[in-house]
Each structure stands twice: as C-alpha cells, then as structure tokens.
Design a protein. Structure first.
Length: 76
C-alpha cells in the first residue's frame, strides 16, 4: 500500500471512528528516523541532496537559489 492509497481508504472510512482508528494503527506509514526520507527540504519538500549544515535544511537546488540572500558568498 502506497502513501496515497492509505489516505484514500481512510477518507472512505473516516465516519466509522473505530474502524478508522484500527486502520491507522496498522496501515499508516511510520515516521522515518534515518535514511533518505527522514529529512526533506523546508522550501520545496524534496528528499534527496539535503544541505543540513548550519541548520539550513534545504535541498541543494534551493540552497543555490537563495544562498546569496541568506549571506553566503560564491567563490569562483
């Protein structure tokens, strides 16, 4: 079951509280603590190529776009 599938099924049974609670207990994807899906970009939501140094939490593409605005200099 993919992430979008469990949301669709939950929407169908959300009025039946007991069934919805049991469904969530067994089918909701767990929160990730390690791995690629643990961190995502705060700006666009991408998972890969994450720059978390200095507490930035951006993907590399977003970092390149806003680096000069937040005070980083580009050395060539």
């Amino acid at each position: 079951m993919t992430a979008s599938d469990w949301r669709k099924v939950l929407k169908q049974i959300e009025k039946k509280k007991a069934k919805a609670k049991r469904f969530l207990k067994h089918n909701k994807p767990k929160e990730r603590k390690i791995g690629v899906a643990a961190k995502k970009c705060e700006r666009c939501g991408r998972f890969g190529a994450h720059v978390s140094q200095y507490g930035l939490n951006f993907c590399r593409q977003c970092f390149r776009e806003i680096a000069e605005e937040i005070g980083f200099k580009k050395y060539n």
